[in-house]
Design a binder for this molecule. Structure first.
Ligand SMILES: O=C(O)CCC(=O)C(=O)O
Ligand SMILES: [Fe+2]
Length: 342
């Protein structure tokens, strides 16, 4: 806990050696965001669903096929709700270390609310990430909210409200996707969307952003992710051999396809590699809401998508088998899907 970067940035200069990535994984000069190619990650206006539903579905499918990423605007979640949640996250990370610890201390034997730095296996990592992370489940709210941070005082109220709205939005986007894929509008009900996991990332200003990363290259293992990235850039998506930036949009939300949605869509929708770079002047925060299957949920390509010209690409498995393999290989994107391919 004493290693949290949010508690010693500004004190530590230069970047400690155990944060320096090997040359081929460093962002290099590109990490100073404006110089990287400006993204053409699609921006989809959800405000006109009443009369443009089919067109919106088409745009979502195209973006999910080509980029695995898109941003949504006019998504129905009030600006105030997003601002309030981001404000309590920031307040949390700016608390003194003892207050952060006290805030998440709970009698829960499963310790569902976790605060740590870098990755889950700090002691085993060859290189550390320049970020701290607060994570906890959000759904069902009544079950998990009593285990969330107690400070800031408004944390539970604001994050409870925002997570409920984000989950509703995610389910409505999944309904549009299921309609577009032609797999039945109920496909994403129940087990496959049973959990909402929230990971709040805090990247303090970094002494040398060219040498390190906030999050290294990965794909999200869950079904679909909704990301609040505030107003500081840093998210990059790997596309056609290049890293492209996902520029923050005022009150826009980033949506990306997870491994499970790639599998269910039998490879039609893509989950794209992405990472987060740091910068030397502003702390950056992002809040990722992962819509996640229950551990026992059986995942397989939807039968309606398989035919003579589209043979089944993945076998069926329980989600917990996938996540065990994913975390054992530390999210290595080369091998994450291997055992599940046919
Ligand atoms: O900070 C970001 O923008 C990316 C976060 C992310 O990719 C994740 O939490 O999985
Ligand atoms: Fe991610």
């Amino acid at each position: 806990m004493e290693k949290l970067v949010s508690n010693w940035y500004g004190i530590v200069q230069p970047l400690p050696e155990n944060y320096i990535f090997p040359p081929d994984a460093r962002p290099g000069k590109l990490s100073t965001a404006p110089s990287i190619p400006n993204c053409n990650i699609p921006v989809i206006d959800l405000g006109s669903q009443g009369h443009d539903r089919d067109q919106i579905i088409q745009k979502i499918l195209e973006a999910s096929q080509e980029f695995g990423f898109f941003q949504v605007i006019n998504h129905g979640i009030p600006d105030a709700s997003l601002n309030d949640a981001m404000a309590v996250f920031k307040e949390f990370f700016e608390l003194p270390l003892e207050d952060k610890e006290a805030s998440i201390h709970s009698d829960d034997p499963n310790i569902v609310c976790k605060l740590y730095t870098s990755g889950v296996n700090y002691d085993w990592e060859p290189v550390h990430l320049w970020r701290d992370i607060l994570r906890h489940p959000c759904h069902p709210l009544e079950k998990f909210m009593p285990l969330w941070p107690k400070q800031p005082i408004k944390y539970r109220e604001h994050v409870g409200k925002c997570s409920t709205q984000v989950r509703k939005l995610a389910l409505s986007i999944l309904e549009l996707i299921s309609e577009g894929l032609g797999i039945g509008s109920q496909y994403f009900n129940d087990g496959v969307t049973q959990q909402t996991l929230l990971y709040v990332n805090y990247y303090p200003p970094c002494p040398d952003p060219s040498l390190t990363l906030g999050i290294s290259k990965h794909c999200d293992p869950q079904l679909i992710t909704i990301l609040l990235q505030g107003d500081v850039s840093g998210l990059q998506v790997f596309k056609d051999g290049e890293w492209i930036g996902v520029e923050p949009l005022s009150h826009g939300l980033v949506v990306n396809i997870g491994h499970q949605l790639q599998i269910i869509s039998n490879g039609k929708l893509k989950c794209a590699e992405h990472r987060a770079v740091t910068n030397s002047s502003n702390a950056r925060m992002s809040a990722a809401f992962f819509i996640t299957p229950s551990p026992d949920c059986y995942i397989e390509p939807a039968a309606a998508l398989i035919n003579a010209s589209n043979p089944q690409l993945y076998k069926g498995f329980q989600y917990k088998e996938f996540s065990a393999h994913f975390y054992m290989n530390q999210g290595n994107t080369e091998v994450a899907l291997e055992p599940f391919k046919l």
